[in-house]
Unconditional design. Sequence first.
Length: 201
Amino acid sequence: MAPAAPDAPDGPALLTLDELAERVAMSVRNIRFYTTKRLVPPPLRRGRSGYYTADHVARLELVRELQAHGFTLSAIKGYVDRIPEDATPSDIALHLSLLAPMSRDGEVDVHDGLVGIGVPASAAEAVAEVYARHGQQVADELSEIVRTHVWPAVRDAGGSVENLRELVHRLKPLTIAGLVSAYELAMDESSDSYERRGSRT
């Protein structure tokens, strides 16, 4: 049986590995695996024993949520590497808020969909890459806005991270609608420009 976590009156509350596993509903084996992959930081050492804090809890919950969204281990590593080492559990909770689940009924396989209507596979792959690249850029920029503008306003109004998560969940359909509208407008302008160039040749 693992020793009980020591009292930490002047620092963060400490958890044993077993307590951490129970808190995040993960196996000890998985936690050790994620630690070796550097998806979460190593435990704090107190003599020969290792202990965990709320930071470990928040990061493990984020890893679990990313996996639920279909992220591969390498993609999760890339995601968590962008989170500063000194990020607080509340900071990490913001990332969880941005991953608030939405219905997946409308998911589309861009590549297979384009191939299905006769687009060459190479072109379909290129289009899918464009969507993925710009989608990540949009997500990063919106995440920064939430972190620097939305969260401070929610916090100053007495709201919690859970309130923020609910707000972000409601914002997602509006974000998707805004992206579709912007895309349609840009495509119309691009088409008009192409036709104008063609009329001059």
